[in-house]
Write a protein that binds this ligand. Structure first.
Ligand SMILES: Nc1ncnc2c1ncn2[C@@H]1O[C@H](COP(=O)(O)OP(=O)(O)OP(=O)(O)O)[C@@H](O)[C@H]1O
Length: 290
């Protein structure tokens, strides 16, 4: 079995020009994604999470570093990465089905019309829009529109799925429903996934690993936590597991206390305490030395 990562991010950095000179938002962001791995990225507002996702999507150029996707260095956007944003940006004059078909027609132009239709219908049905796929966005709830966005991303069958706070604007019940929809699709398709979220519980429930970013400027990977719960996960069982609170506390402690500290700048830490990109920390091994 191949163990080569699907995506390697090596010392990715991003600086934006400002009147006072370049502002380095993200610095030396290094992380590998195993095939089919679900990674969430958490950190304080404005630290640079979306900037990282945007560089991975090829929508923003990195100022430094390298990105290797499926063995090839890449720095451009492409249909091999499906992106879902907080708001799905559907064309209002097209139905949900037509919105999904737009991408499907471009990517699968060699398939027959019938095959393309079936692909779009399949993913719209799986996300629960079997009876609403011919409605226009204005006639869909926000949660339903986001289901279209998810169906659209999966229908292109990309190598990677990139999600930028996809459930950030939804009420908590709809959010939980869509997390389940996402997990079901992810399991079926085994897509390597990067998701940006502010929601610690969402990160724990969905992820194989949670990557914590330090505060910006010059934000970097501060710590990485492996989530130990077996899949498929049942929310109630995960939340009742004694490790859940421990993991949650670890993440909250990072956000409240440790996100201001840059691992790369700390000289005196005990061996084994420092998180490195790709590490698989258990909650107890947290960096405490500050
Ligand atoms: N095009 C741009 N030009 C200049 N500065 C930018 C640009 N895009 C983002 N920034 C700055 O980069 C920093 C990181 O932004 P980014 O959106 O990546 O953070 P974030 O962690 O995703 O924030 P949030 O959680 O609030 O969505 C912010 O200070 C933002 O103002």
């Amino acid at each position: 079995m191949s163990t080569a990562p699907v995506l390697e991010l090596f010392k990715l950095s991003k600086a934006y020009p400002t009147p006072k000179g370049p502002a380095v938002i993200v610095k030396d962001f290094t992380l590998n994604f195993a095939a089919g791995e679900f990674i969430t990225l958490i950190g304080h507002s404005g630290c640079g999470k979306s900037t990282v996702l945007s560089m991975v999507a090829g929508l923003t150029d990195a100022t430094d570093g390298a990105m290797i996707l499926a063995g090839k260095e890449t720095n451009e956007a492409g249909p091999d990465r499906g992106v879902v944003f907080q708001s799905p940006c559907l064309l209002p004059w097209m139905t949900a089905f037509e919105n999904v078909m737009l991408g499907v027609n471009q990517v699968y132009y060699t398939a027959s019309k019938q095959e393309r239709r079936e692909l779009a219908e399949y993913y719209l049905s799986v996300v629960g829009l079997g009876n609403a796929m011919h409605k226009y966005p204005a006639d869909l709830s926000q949660g339903m529109r986001q289901r279209v966005g998810i169906a659209r991303a999966f229908a292109l069958q990309p190598k990677m799925l990139l999600l930028d706070e996809p459930f950030g604007m939804l009420d908590s019940l709809t959010k939980m429903e869509l997390q389940e929809v996402l997990l079901a699709l992810w399991r079926r398709n085994k897509l390597t996934t990067l998701m940006v979220t502010h929601d610690v519980d969402e990160a724990i429930f969905l992820s194989d690993r949670v990557v914590m970013m330090t505060d910006g400027p010059e934000a970097e990977v501060g710590d990485i936590l492996t989530i130990p719960f077996a899949r498929p996960r049942v929310r109630a069982e995960v939340m009742a597991d004694p490790r859940y609170l421990e993991i949650r506390n670890h993440l909250l402690t990072f956000l409240n206390e440790r996100s201001h500290i840059r691992p790369s700048r700390i000289a005196a830490v005990k061996p084994g305490e420092m998180a490195t990109a790709g590490s698989t920390h258990a909650p107890h091994s947290a960096l405490q030395a500050h």
